[in-house]
Design a protein around this ligand. Sequence first.
Ligand SMILES: Nc1ncnc2c1ncn2[C@@H]1O[C@H](COP(=O)(O)OP(=O)(O)OP(=O)(O)O)[C@@H](O)[C@H]1O
Length: 310
Amino acid sequence: MLGARLATQAAGEPILNSGVSALHRAPDFGPLVAPGRDAAPSRHTEAVTAVSPLLQVDGVSLEYRTHERVVRATHRVSFDMHEADRFVLLGPSGCGKSTLLKAVGGFIAPVEGEIRLGGQRVTAPGPDRIVVFQEFDQLSPWKTVKQNVVFPLKASGTLGRKEAEERALHYLAKVGLSKFADVHPHQLSGGMKQRVAIARALAMQPRVLLMDEPFAALDALTRRKMQEELLQLWDEVRFTLLFVTHSIEEALIVGNRIALLSPHPGRMRAEINSHDFNLASSGSAEFQSTAQRIHHMLFEEEQESVVHHE
Ligand SMILES: Nc1ncnc2c1ncn2[C@@H]1O[C@H](COP(=O)(O)OP(=O)(O)OP(=O)(O)O)[C@@H](O)[C@H]1O
């Protein structure tokens, strides 16, 4: 139904593709929309994806079990991420975005399906997947900014003291905090604390950087600035990013690909190719119409189908 609707859209608007793999095409193909991975890939799209994915989320269902009940957070979610993707999980509150991120981080095991990183099944947390959270208190308050960045580098046995300090200062410079290396977190603004958390995560040089609504607790102006800085950092470092948000605008700005999840329990509704958008284009008519279309897919189609089935 969703696919049929999208397939009828006019030229220049997002177009239907029969498989997720179509989204890995070169950036000059323009915005694309694809349905969830249940659809069989065409021979054309198979030919386009020769490179194997870095991260594979394959039919993953996630649950929370208590004595009283079982809460299913996601149902058979599948997507692939490639090197240097900026992949966004977007959906309404409670659809399982954070739970999926935790599962990729290795903190929760799927009850169904599998997550693979570089072809290896994810079974536990590891330094190849580092999370940046929303909360400002994720830094150790008794450590200086530099010590906060150095600590995981040394604790994980990644580097010796001298190399760890050099690497920490390198990434602190990248987020514009060289001058604040020796202060403590309580002397920083919320945005600065998030920059330290980002520097600390990037310094570990993870294979996938996981960000769970990292800018949601910031004021609107700082949030925009942080989005801009994150994209600048990505331009320099080319890290692979899995980013959770419930802001459609933020998803379009930060992501090059967006997975739309249905309300609880989260299922894949569609994937959107959003590489054409950034902060500069956020006022454009195309950006606004894409945002509206996503809103419709996330919320109104759901209500329509509820009404339809009553
Ligand atoms: N520790 C928990 N125990 C039981 N149920 C939980 C737990 N954490 C989350 N849930 C439930 O799992 C579902 C998915 O939660 P999750 O936090 O992943 O959603 P989300 O999409 O990230 O939401 P939000 O955007 O509000 O953060 C929700 O129904 C939630 O109530």
